[in-house]
Design a protein around this ligand. Structure first.
Ligand SMILES: [Fe+2]
Length: 651
């Protein structure tokens, strides 16, 4: 606020201080303090001598020289509020994948692509392939010296060497192992998922069926088929590369290191192919024998003790930073601005007033591209509903952390890019804003949830602020590790047999905008999650993540959607959760598909997007009722569907 008397105070102070002469620093300071003491804010009106003032050219004192006309805001040739072709540039709903891929090829930075390939594939492969040569060269050199010794002395020296090797080479083993898993995440598991989904897709096209059970059987057989096929292909690749491999190194190799290039790469190819051959067989048959997803057979009755947790499940609201902005995925075919999100929140407020909600869970993609302006809009909208905001938990979606450039799908991040970490820190800051005091961090190997997120982040606050302000690789690496370590976040149950919430980060660490939608659950997150379950043996759990575990028993979706958006290791994660299935409900978003079903006893709830829809189409979301039912299970009752009508301002 700028009270109307502020300029008068400024004028009085100015005159009192130096009678109109130029102010020095001390005077300005004095005036600022005096204004503050009087409760005035904002910049003081600057009083200039008459000679320095601009001439008054307002219409009352000057005749207009040019004809004037008010702009026609209602009917311009191009109404900017309706957007244009630029708003559809990355939208798979408005453009074919081929067209997007074409512009990707034209726009891509070859320098960055080369660097990304070197850092993500070539370097890990080189380290993995070189590791056996280095180890054998060292061992060979050392043992030849030991053989020159005799008796107890030789035994002792040998023991010391083994110990030195064990500790000294451990970092190399760690590096080789880390690079093995990096290649696994980048190539092996996605390769298996691609093959599995391609075979499933072709099978479903060839034998169309409407029954969910038949679909499940066909998908199970396709998994086994994909495993066998991939194992054969991987074995063939390994056998082709085998003659070029070399597993024993010597110190003489140091003289001709260039001769090691081919054997090193061949070693890496053979290691990864052999692993793929074995793993794809295991994964294929494990996927075939797992509980296939089916529509939920029936909802639970309300618990006799009346204990019910009401959970509003929102997802994929894709907030944009501009009042007339459209969304990446839907382009001009979808909603404009954030009016629909505001109406969703207003409906939720009314629902909460009628019957209080225990939790509002937003399972990712709060923002359309993870930009500061979008997060600011999200905060502004939630600020209008403080009671709801206090019950809200959010988790990261691919649009929050993995979209490199909303306007250009060809943009890519380098694997160590600070920009990627910056998006993660924005998301972490937002997660903390809603749940820092309630959510707890699990350390790997710990038996129970530890510090709150607030306490975990407190010592890092300055580092996060400095990184957001200045960037920098060192801070980026440190904070990227923090991001990896902080999940899953645990909201512990209020009572021993109460309801806990686990918040996961299911986003794969991708570098392309084009592959931003891929998901993956890291092994460490799964381990920590199980430790939390074990620590509260009677508790029930909502497990919130962004990605869907597995394809639903529905008629086939477009292949691009099946392969481009799936959780790569979803069936493995489903197996991890199986022992706890009866006391878990999975809640996720990402596909914008409304589906409630189960894999065996594991209930899965997929939230529709209450925002993303064709223009003028209504949307909806659900308020779920969960409660403790006999045998320690978590019951899921018939949800309440809340419809959001379309409105003119949506687009
Ligand atoms: Fe998503």
């Amino acid at each position: 606020m700028h009270p109307p008397y502020a300029p008068i105070v400024d004028a009085l102070l100015e005159r009192r201080m130096n009678g109109g002469a130029a102010l020095d620093g001390r005077d300005v300071c004095y005036r600022t303090k005096a204004r503050r003491a009087m409760g005035l804010r904002g910049p003081p009106e600057i009083l200039l001598p008459d000679a320095m003032r601009a001439p008054d050219v307002s219409p009352s004192s000057a005749e207009p020289k040019l004809e004037r006309r008010e702009p026609d805001r209602e009917r311009p040739i191009l109404d900017p509020r309706n957007g244009d072709a630029e708003d559809d540039v990355s939208s798979p709903k408005q453009k074919s994948l081929l067209a997007i891929a074409g512009s990707l090829l034209a726009e891509i930075s070859l320098t960055k692509l080369l660097l990304a390939w070197i850092a993500s594939i070539l370097l890990p492969a080189a380290i993995l392939g070189l590791a056996p040569l280095i180890v054998t060269a060292w061992v060979g050199g050392v043992f030849s010296r030991v053989l020159e010794l005799y008796g107890y002395g030789a035994a002792l020296v040998l023991l010391a060497i083994v110990a030195a090797g064990w500790f000294g080479w451990r970092p190399l083993f760690r590096v080789a192992e880390a690079n093995f898993w990096a290649l696994n995440a980048l190539g092996v598991q996605p390769g298996y998922a691609l093959c599995r989904e391609a075979i499933r897709h072709l099978a479903e096209r060839a034998f169309p069926t409407r029954s969910g059970a038949e679909l499940a059987r066909m998908r199970a057989r396709s998994c086994a088929g994909a495993g066998i096929l991939l194992a054969i292909i991987a074995a063939l690749v390994a056998s082709v590369a085998w003659p070029t491999t070399r597993w024993i190194g010597s110190t003489a190799d140091l003289a001709v290191p260039h001769l090691l290039i081919l054997p090193t790469l061949a070693n890496a190819i053979v290691v990864m192919s052999a692993y793929l051959a074995a793993a794809s067989l295991v994964w294929g048959f494990a996927d075939a024998s797992m509980d296939q997803p089916l529509d939920l057979q029936g909802f639970d009755a309300a618990p006799s003790d009346g204990r019910v947790w009401r959970v509003a499940h929102l997802s994929d609201i894709h907030i944009v930073g501009e009042r007339y902005g459209f969304r990446i995925e839907s382009g001009r075919g979808g909603p404009r601005g954030n009016e629909r999100v505001r109406r969703v929140m207003a409906r939720l407020e009314a629902e909460h007033a009628a019957r209080p909600l225990d939790l509002i869970l937003i399972t990712g993609d709060m923002t359309d591209a993870g930009r500061s302006g979008e997060w600011a809009e999200f905060f502004d909208i939630l600020a209008g509903h403080p009671d709801l905001a206090g019950r809200t938990l959010i988790l990261p979606g691919n649009h929050d952390v993995n979209v490199v450039d909303r306007a250009n799908p060809a943009r890519l991040d380098l694997p160590f890019s600070p920009a990627k970490t910056l998006r993660k820190m924005r998301a972490l800051s937002a997660i903390a804003a809603f749940g820092a005091d309630r959510l707890r961090v699990m350390s790997l190997g710990a038996a129970e949830p530890g510090l709150t997120l607030a306490a975990t982040l407190a010592p890092l606050r300055q580092a996060i602020e400095a990184f957001a302000d200045q960037g920098g690789l060192r801070l980026s690496n440190r904070l990227a590790r923090l991001w990896d370590e902080v999940f899953p976040l645990i909201l512990p149950p209020a009572e021993d047999d109460g309801l806990g919430v686990a918040i996961l980060n299911s986003n794969a660490d991708t570098n392309f905008s084009f592959t931003n939608a891929l998901g993956m659950i890291p092994v460490d997150q799964a381990r920590k999650l199980m430790a939390a379950f074990d620590h509260y043996p009677e508790a029930r759990w909502i497990v919130g993540l962004h990605h869907h575990l597995i394809e639903y028993p529905m008629p086939v979706a477009a292949f691009s959607e099946r392969i481009g958006t799936a959780l790569i290791n979803g069936s493995w994660f489903q197996r991890v959760l199986k022992p706890y299935a009866e006391r878990i409900v999975i809640m996720h978003g990402h596909r914008h598909v409304d589906w409630i079903g189960a894999c065996g006893k594991l209930k899965i709830v997929s939230a529709p997007s209450p925002v993303m829809a064709r223009q003028s189409a209504p949307t909806h979301f659900y308020v779920h009722a969960l409660g403790p039912v006999p045998d320690g299970r978590l019951g899921l009752m018939i949800p309440e569907r809340i419809d959001i009508a379309a409105a003119e301002e949506d687009g």
